[in-house]
Design a protein around this ligand. Structure first.
Ligand code: DQA
Length: 143
């Protein structure tokens, strides 16, 4: 099993944005933390980031065709991208939504996720640990 881990816009600039929410971990460190935990669990991961809705959708289409499990942090697209939601809905293997922060404790526009209705579950608010918990949950989901 190779889990596709997708990250949406602005997540590549983690360490220089809103540190009260995202801490000082930079994107390469987040990637390494996920890769290390996955290696311990003997799970293969493919971690990608894009600021482009179109690129994220192409990756979701490929995952659907390959029946690949997906962990996705759609970032700001979470709150308004019906195109991302529709692509997630097409996935053929389990999919988990993750967030570093807890969007429900932030501004009101972040309280809506248009993606949550088409995922197996959501893990939010634990920083990098959200991804690590998602990998564990995915391991259970796919057996
Ligand atoms: C985020 C939360 C979103 O509201 C925000 O737009 C992001 C990051 C998170 O991981 O906490 O870019 O998805």
């Amino acid at each position: 099993m190779k889990i596709l881990i997708l990250n949406g816009p602005n997540l590549s600039r983690l360490d220089i944005r809103e540190q009260s929410y995202y801490g000082d971990l930079d994107y390469p460190q987040l990637k390494s933390a996920i890769e290390n935990r996955a290696a311990e669990l003997k799970i293969e991961v493919d971690i990608k980031q894009s600021d482009s809705e179109s690129e994220l959708i192409s990756w979701l289409h490929e995952a659907a065709d390959k029946k690949q499990p997906v962990i996705i942090n759609p970032a700001a697209f979470t709150h308004y991208s019906y195109a991302i939601r529709d692509a997630v809905a097409m996935l053929t293997a389990p999919v988990i939504e993750v967030h570093l922060s807890n969007p429900l404790s932030r501004e009101e526009f972040r309280h809506t996720s248009v993606v949550s209705g088409v995922v197996n579950g959501t893990i939010a608010g634990f920083g990098a640990e959200s991804y690590l918990l998602a990998i564990l949950a995915m391991q259970k989901l796919v057996g």
